[in-house]
Design a binder for this molecule. Structure first.
Ligand SMILES: Nc1nc2c(ncn2[C@@H]2O[C@H](COP(=O)(O)OP(=O)(O)OP(=O)(O)O)[C@@H](O)[C@H]2O)c(=O)[nH]1
Ligand SMILES: [Mg+2]
Length: 435
C-alpha cells in the first residue's frame, strides 16, 4: 500500500518524530501506534522510531518508568528524531522531564491533534474553535511554564516580574477565551437559523458520521456531486458541508461532518460539539465505516463513534451502518461482513458501487417515517391549516364537510402528535358527527 505523504510547508524540511506509547498490559500496541503514526504523518512529521512500554500507569514525573528513561534517550538519539510524540496527554511535569532528558521538543497527543486541527481549519468558525481549544489547553499549564523559566533564570528577583507577568498573561488569555466564546456563540446562532430554514422546508436530512479517514467526504461527493476536499489524512474535514441529491423526484440533504477519533481531546470535544450538532439535528445518521480495515480495528472504530455520539447526546438518533471501501474486499471478506452485519450495505464511494442501493435505502427509511392520517380542521382554525401546509408534507385530498375541512395527508411521524387533536379515524365522517 502506498501512502500519500503530505508535502511539508514549502521550504521547510519535514520534522522527524519518535513515537512513544505507555500502555496497560494487554493493550493492542500495534493499533495504538498505527494511529499515532497516522496522526504524525497528517501533521507533516515523518516517524523515524518508536517505543512502547507496558505499564499500569504512566510515571507521574517522567511518563515512562524511570528505569526506561535512559533507554528512551539512546533510542531517540539513534533515530535522529527532532521531536518526541507521546500517545497520551502529558502533565506539565512529565513534559518538562522528558524535554530535559532528551533536550528536544515533546508533543503530546492533544497538542498533536490541536496542531492538525489548526492546519485544517478553513472557516472562521473552525479557526476560532481551534484557537479556543489551544488556549484552554495552555491556560492551566501557564503557571508551570513560568516556574520553569524562573528556575532557568535563577531565583531572587525574577520571581516578582515572573509572577506578575504570569498574571498578565493569564488575564489576557482569559479575556481572549471569553471573546472567542462570544464570537462562537454568535456564529453558532447564525448556523442555527440556517438550520431552522432547512428544517422548515422539511427536507429530510442525512448526516454522515464516522471515524476519521473512512471516506465520508468521498461519499458526500459521490452522492451529491459536491467537491469537498478528500485526502488520505486524518481530520481532512473540520467544517460541516451540506449538499443535496434527488431520488425519485424527492430532495434529500446530506451533511459531511468532522471525523471522530478515540480519546478526542476534551478541549476539542467542547469546541467541536457545535460542528457535531449538525449530526444531532439530522433525521438520520449514516455511520460510515472503513470496511477494509482489519476487523478488530474496525470494531474499535465503530465503538468509538458510538461512544462519541452518545456523549454529545445523539444516542437516540436513528443510525444506519454503511460499510465503505468495499472495492478493497475479496469475496470471502465480503461474505464475512455480510454475516456479521446483515443489515449494512456494502458500498464503495470511490467506484460508485452500491450508491444507488444506498439512495434507495435512504428513501425507504424516510418513507417509513411518514404516516397516512386524516385530519378534520374546524373552519375557524385556519392556523392549523397553514401549519400543516408549512410542513410541506404531501396533502393527498381535501374536502369541505359540515364540521370543517377534511384532509388526507402524509405527515412525518414526529409531527403527527402536534395535530393529534384533529386526527380522525376511517373516512372521518362518523367521527366528525359525534364530536
Ligand atoms: N479504496 C477506496 N478508498 C476510498 C473510498 N472512499 C474513500 N476512500 C479514500 O479514503 C481516504 C479518506 O477519504 P475522505 O473522504 O477524505 O475521508 P473522511 O472520512 O472524509 O476523512 P476526514 O474528513 O479526515 O474525517 C481518501 O484517500 C479516499 O480516496 C472507497 O470507497 N474505496
Ligand atoms: Mg472528510
Amino acid at each position: 500500500m502506498t501512502l500519500h505523504q503530505p508535502s511539508p510547508a514549502p521550504g521547510a524540511e519535514p520534522e522527524h518524530g519518535f513515537l512513544l506509547a505507555v500502555l496497560p498490559k494487554g493493550a493492542d500496541a500495534e493499533s495504538e501506534l498505527a494511529e499515532l503514526r497516522e496522526l504524525a504523518r497528517t501533521a507533516g512529521v515523518v516517524p523515524v522510531g518508536e517505543m512502547v512500554q507496558h505499564r499500569d500507569q504512566p510515571d507521574r514525573r517522567s511518563y515512562v518508568g524511570k528505569g526506561k528513561l535512559a533507554g528512551l534517550e539512546d533510542a531517540f538519539v539513534a533515530s535522529g528524531a527532532d521531536v518526541l510524540l507521546v500517545d497520551g496527554e502529558l502533565e506539565p511535569t512529565q513534559q518538562r522531564t522528558l524535554e530535559n532528558a532528551l533536550d528536544a521538543r515533546v508533543v503530546d497527543r492533544t497538542l498533536l491533534i490541536l496542531d492538525i486541527f489548526a492546519q485544517h481549519a478553513v472557516s472562521a468558525e473552525g479557526k476560532l474553535q481551534v484557537e479556543l481549544a489551544q488556549l484552554e489547553y495552555q491556560l492551566p499549564r501557564m503557571r508551570g511554564m513560568w516556574r520553569h523559566l524562573e528556575r532557568l533564570g535563577g531565583g531572587v528577583g525574577t520571581r516578582g516580574p515572573g509572577e506578575s507577568q504570569l498574571e498578565t498573561d493569564r488575564r489576557l488569555a482569559r479575556r481572549r477565551v471569553s471573546q472567542l466564546r462570544e464570537r462562537l456563540r454568535a456564529l453558532r446562532s447564525q448556523r442555527a437559523v440556517r438550520r431552522k430554514e432547512r428544517s422548515r422546508s422539511e427536507t429530510p436530512t442525512v448526516a454522515l458520521a464516522g471515524y476519521t479517514n473512512v471516506g465520508k467526504s468521498t461519499l458526500l461527493n459521490a452522492l451529491t456531486g459536491a467537491d469537498v476536499s478528500i485526502e488520505n489524512r486524518l481530520f481532512e474535514t473540520l467544517d460541516p458541508t451540506t449538499r443535496d441529491f434527488d431520488h425519485d423526484g424527492k430532495r434529500y440533504l446530506v451533511t459531511d461532518t468532522v471525523g471522530f477519533i478515540r480519546r478526542l481531546p476534551t478541549q476539542l470535544v467542547e469546541g467541536f460539539a457545535s460542528t457535531l450538532e449538525e449530526t444531532l439535528v439530522a433525521d438520520l445518521v449514516l455511520h460510515v465505516v472503513d470496511a477494509s480495515l482489519p476487523e478488530d480495528a474496525m470494531h474499535e472504530q465503530i465503538a468509538a463513534v458510538d461512544a462519541v455520539l452518545a456523549d454529545i447526546g445523539g444516542g437516540e438518533l436513528p443510525v444506519e451502518l454503511v460499510l465503505n471501501k468495499a472495492d478493497r474486499l475479496d469475496p470471502l471478506a465480503r461474505r464475512r461482513l455480510a454475516n456479521r452485519f446483515p443489515q449494512a450495505l456494502q458500498i464503495s464511494a470511490a467506484t460508485g458501487e452500491g450508491l444507488d442501493a444506498l439512495r434507495g435505502r435512504i428513501a425507504d427509511l424516510f418513507a417509513d417515517r411518514f404516516e397516512d392520517v386524516r385530519l378534520l380542521v374546524p373552519y375557524d382554525e385556519g392556523r392549523v391549516l397553514s401549519d400543516l401546509y408549512a410542513l410541506g408534507a404531501p396533502i393527498d385530498d381535501r374536502s369541505d364537510t359540515e364540521h370543517g375541512v377534511l384532509i388526507r395527508a402524509r405527515l412525518p411521524h414526529r409531527e403527527v402528535r402536534r395535530f393529534a387533536a384533529y386526527l380522525v379515524a376511517g373516512d372521518g365522517l362518523e367521527t366528525a358527527a359525534t364530536t
